[in-house]
Every structure is written in structure tokens, then in C-alpha cells.
Design a binder for this molecule. Structure first.
Ligand code: ATP
Ligand code: MG
Length: 250
């Protein structure tokens, strides 16, 4: 077992009366790529926001034990940028908030996400996929141990999905740690060291792909997830219906 870089104990989140995340333990070991899966509304982004400290957990605590900087790279599921600025200006602005010792070169990051050629173009004229790549770029601006990406491949074309996966492999080869969410099974299978499945605010599975395939006797991740959901959605045991006594209920 590796060093626990991120360790959450008993974290839960409630919005008013709505329990969105049930008390859960969650960890990310240094050097691994963990993919958080689950349907819309399962609680993935909520868990991510609690882990990053953007939102306060209703219960439990989160520890981030990085070797060097306490910061991390974070790509939220949605990001809006000032439309009048270009990507160079925006990234330089974001970079100014990062500790000088871990600042990366903006040009290098822009090249990594394929926006260098468009660096002078106002982002108001960017496509959805280009905005998403700029969102990815701002997460890569700091040279840190942990990168967290919420739905990073959302809106990316197949080429950029492939490039993103290569980027994750490269980060890992440099000893970095990656936590991301995804709905896309192909992404999960290609890059996950460990898969955590959230369903209705509960962690339903937490294992390597091989482990999941063995437990659920299938080498198809979609089928594995369906089996896990089916267990959960199984109807309650049948009850005997009492015989009608011929009288209407009040
Ligand atoms: N600020 C909030 N106030 C109230 N409820 C919220 C809030 N944010 C999220 N929720 C609810 O929490 C639940 C989990 O939402 P969350 O965004 O974490 O899901 P998700 O797994 O990331 O879904 P998706 O795949 O659509 O991104 C949903 O039912 C959502 O409506
Ligand atoms: Mg989400």
C-alpha cells in the first residue's frame, strides 16, 4: 500500500435536509490514478468539492499530506472565463496566485492543451471544447503532486480525449497523482488504477479493474456497474398480500 496523499474519513454532505453524500471513507494513494464514477447526481462533484475544501463537509475530515506544496491542480466541472480576455492573459492572471516556486511556464501549458496558436484570440470566441481545454490548462499551471479533474473529457473531441489520457499517463510517469471523474467507460478502463463507484451518495465499489472484474465475474466495466446497481435496486422481498375480506377500507 502506498502513501495516502489524500485521506477522507467519514465525510458527508448535506444541503438543508437533503443528504447528498453519506458518511464515506475515501483515499488516494500517491502515484495512482483514481477514477470516480457514477450517474448524474450520484455525488461525484460534491465529493470532489469536499475533498478540495471548496465546500465544507457536514461531517468528517479530509487530510492532504503532500510532500512539497499543500496546493493541488483543480479543474472544476464548469468554468467561466472573462470573454474579453485571451487565454494568455487569463492563464497569466491565474498563475499570479500560484507560489513562485511551483509556477509552470504558461506557454508550455498552452502548448500541452493545443491553445498556443490561439493564445491571442478572445475566449468569448472559443468553442466549448476550447474552453474546456483552457479549464484544463489552468489546473496544470502549478507543478504539484496532485491533480483533480472533474469530468475532464466532457466536450473534448476524440483527439483531445486521447491527448488528455496521454497527459494523465505522463503525469503519472513523473510521479504525480491524479483523481478524476468520468462517465466514459473507455477513459476509465484506459487510465484508472482504481475505480470508485458512487451511487446515490454512497460508495458502492472501490477496487482495481482486475478486482472488480473478478468480484463480478465480468470483464466489461459497464456490466460490472449494472450488476452493482441491480443489487442496489433489487425490489424488497415480496410480501404476502392479505386476503380481501370483502369490505372496503375506510
Ligand atoms: N448547492 C447544492 N444545493 C443543493 N443540492 C445540491 C447542491 N449541489 C449539488 N446538489 C445535489 O447533490 C446531488 C449530487 O450532485 P453532484 O453534482 O455531486 O452529482 P454528480 O455525481 O457530480 O453528477 P453529474 O454526473 O451530473 O456531474 C444532486 O442531487 C444535486 O442536485
Ligand atoms: Mg458532477
Amino acid at each position: 500500500m502506498g502513501r495516502k496523499l489524500l485521506n477522507a474519513k467519514d465525510v458527508s454532505k448535506r444541503y438543508g435536509k437533503k443528504q447528498v453524500l453519506n458518511p464515506s471513507d475515501f483515499y488516494v494513494d500517491a502515484g495512482e490514478c483514481v477514477v470516480l464514477c457514477g450517474g448524474n447526481g450520484a455525488g461525484k462533484s460534491t465529493l470532489i468539492r469536499v475533498l478540495t475544501g471548496i465546500e465544507k463537509a457536514s461531517t468528517g475530515k479530509v487530510e492532504y499530506q503532500a510532500d512539497q506544496s499543500k496546493s493541488y491542480g483543480f479543474m472544476p466541472d464548469h468554468m467561466e472565463f472573462p470573454e474579453e480576455l485571451n487565454s494568455l492573459e487569463i492563464l497569466n492572471y491565474y498563475r499570479s496566485f500560484i507560489d513562485k516556486r511551483i509556477q509552470r511556464n504558461v506557454g508550455e501549458v498552452l502548448r500541452e492543451v493545443g491553445l498556443w496558436e490561439k493564445r491571442d484570440q478572445k475566449v468569448g470566441a472559443f468553442s466549448k471544447g476550447m474552453i474546456q481545454r483552457l479549464n484544463l490548462a489552468q489546473a496544470l499551471l502549478a507543478d504539484v503532486e496532485l491533480y483533480i479533474f472533474d469530468e475532464p473529457t466532457n466536450g473534448l473531441d476524440p483527439f483531445w480525449v486521447m491527448e488528455f489520457k496521454n497527459m494523465v499517463r505522463l503525469l503519472k510517469s513523473k510521479g504525480k497523482t491524479v483523481l478524476l471523474t468520468s462517465h466514459i467507460m473507455r477513459d476509465v478502463v484506459d487510465i484508472a488504477d482504481r475505480v470508485v463507484l458512487l451511487f446515490d451518495g454512497r460508495i458502492k465499489a472501490d477496487d482495481t479493474l482486475t478486482g472488480l472484474y473478478q468480484t463480478y465475474q465480468s470483464n466489461n466495466l459497464e456490466e460490472v456497474f449494472l450488476k452493482i446497481m441491480d443489487n442496489d435496486l433489487a425490489p424488497p422481498p415480496a410480501r404476502e398480500i392479505p386476503e380481501w375480506n370483502g369490505q372496503m377500507a375506510d
